[in-house]
Design a protein around this ligand. Structure first.
Ligand code: HEC
Length: 185
């Protein structure tokens, strides 16, 4: 199939008009909710899930399994996720997302940029304990903002706490207190 330039000329302005009508054009990643769901959560999961451990019963015997990045490529993927988390902090601090929010919004956005620096250092150090520890700090920054800025319409019976706990973290069988309390001893 060949690309039809005349059709494209008709379609592109139509798309631009449609997106103008649906949401403010200045939001580069869509609404805050879309940005969280499409960009922030998946990228942060790359970081969170890069190291972890689990105990499972295999034939009735408890088996402890740990994982961490092994190859240069895998560590680079973790580092790039950290860099992107910092960029998300900048996006959230931009007027498109910060206008109409309190000053604390900028603090949380800055918090994400600050923790991203630590996250990149941890990836560069290739120390799984450090990656795990920074994961907890990232989680705390995410949760702090969500507690102040919960989704506009919470479904009946759903609390802000539920939302905070629904954000994935390594070893999600652990309670939040256990998770935040240590680096996995
Ligand atoms: C500066 C504030 C802020 C920070 C920091 C923040 N979020 Fe959010 N997040 C929001 C807001 C606001 C919503 C609710 C959007 C809505 O529903 O209107 C949200 C919603 C979400 C959602 C639900 C999306 C959906 O489908 O409804 C997820 C998942 C999420 N955030 C993940 C994260 C993760 C992971 C981090 C940390 C890396 C993070 N957020 C950091 C403000 C923030």
């Amino acid at each position: 199939m060949t690309f039809n330039a005349r059709h494209a000329a008709l379609i592109i302005p139509a798309l631009a008009l449609a997106s103008c009508a649906d949401e403010p054009a200045e939001l580069p990643y869509g609404t805050a909710q879309q940005f969280m769901a499409d960009e922030v959560q998946p990228t942060t999961e790359i970081f969170w899930q890069s190291v972890g451990s689990v105990s499972e019963l295999v034939d009735g015997e408890p088996v402890f399994r740990e994982w961490q990045p092994e190859t240069d490529e895998e560590w680079e993927e973790v580092r790039l996720a950290a860099v992107r988390i910092g960029e998300f902090g900048e996006v959230l601090a931009s007027p498109a997302y910060a206008d109409g929010r309190g000053d604390d919004w900028l603090d949380y956005s800055q918090g994400l940029q600050d923790v991203a620096v630590l996250a990149e250092e941890a990836a560069l150090s290739r120390d799984p304990e450090q990656v795990f520890a920074v994961s907890g700090t990232i989680y705390a920054v995410c949760t702090a903002c969500h507690q102040m800025y919960p989704p506009a319409d919470l479904p009946e019976g759903v609390t802000v706490e539920d939302i905070a706990n629904s954000v994935n973290r390594p070893s999600s069988e652990e309670s939040l207190e256990e998770y935040m309390g240590g680096t996995g001893e």
